[in-house]
Design a protein around this ligand. Structure first.
Ligand SMILES: [Zn+2]
Length: 274
């Protein structure tokens, strides 16, 4: 090889280093954490059978707003905004369950960010419990991503879980929402039949997994505690293992939706992660 072609080869090799860099999740710009409820869990042994019987615990409820280029996506919609007008909050029928309040509406937090409900192009919910789907119909135009198993799961009195006219993409497994790996819905059944979590890749913050209710608080994650009311204990444990694998593979941090101690360490909107 002469000198010129050796230099050319070296240049090609150097360029190859760049070409082989892992695909940048350049598409996702920001993540906001919105306050979608606060409450008190009456007896946390409901979530961790046999542990801390009779002990109450503060819970929070988050929604997450993602900005991807010109598009907005909402992950979970929290408790209904109507709850903000109820000073006594929503007292559960079972005192062991969670007594929820809504200190701020979702609508007011979006407005403060200059985001109109009609700007939300995509929406996904972790599952169909009331503390996650309370405001789905504030976004009648948003494409809803939900697992088919969750969508088809009969509600009370066989009622459908969503308005049949709401635009929907029924998933059967994981889904790369924007096609660039920046936001991936992960099928994590167990809490409910079609529960899902969200892998988010931010350019500066790094990779996050938003738990949904695959786990409710850190000690349950550490000890693989499964709430007594979950749809399937086996699926819950398998989903926790799946998430553990994703966390390791993606060097991701787990953000647990209802864990107040963790949320107290995080920036709430209008602050954001990028
Ligand atoms: Zn929940």
């Amino acid at each position: 090889m002469n000198k010129v072609s050796a230099i050319a080869a070296a240049l090609v090799a150097a360029l190859g280093v760049f070409a082989n860099k892992p695909a940048q999740a350049a598409g996702l710009d920001r993540l906001y954490i919105l306050n979608c409820g606060e409450g008190t869990a009456g007896d946390i042994s409901r979530w961790s059978p046999g542990v801390n019987v009779g002990k109450s615990m503060p819970f929070v409820d988050n929604c997450y707003l993602l900005k991807h280029g010109a598009d907005w996506m909402l992950w979970d919609t929290g408790l209904t905004d109507a709850l903000a007008a109820m000073p006594e909050g929503l007292k559960p029928a079972d005192p062991a369950a969670t007594h929820w309040y809504r200190p701020k509406t979702l609508a007011s937090q979006l407005e403060a960010l200059g985001v109109k409900p009609s700007d939300i192009k995509y929406m996904a919910v972790s599952h169909t419990h009331p503390d996650h789907i309370g405001n789905v119909e504030m976004f009648p135009q948003a494409m809803l991503y939900v697992q088919k198993l969750e969508y088809d799961w009969p509600g009370a009195n066989n009622a459908p879980r969503f308005k049949p006219e709401h635009p929907v993409t029924k998933l059967e497994g994981d889904k790369d929402v924007f096609g660039d790996g920046s936001v991936t819905i992960l099928s994590t059944p167990g809490h409910t039949p079609g529960h899902q979590s969200l892998l988010v890749k931010l350019p500066k913050t790094g990779n996050l997994v938003l738990s949904g209710d695959a786990v409710h608080f850190k000690s349950n994650w550490d000890n693989r505690g499964v709430p007594s009311g979950n749809f399937s204990k086996e699926q819950t444990l398998a989903s926790m293992e799946k998430l553990d694998g994703v966390l390791k593979k993606e060097h991701a941090t787990l953000w647990i939706n209802h864990d107040k101690a963790q949320r107290d360490t995080l920036k709430m909107a209008p602050g954001y992660y990028e």
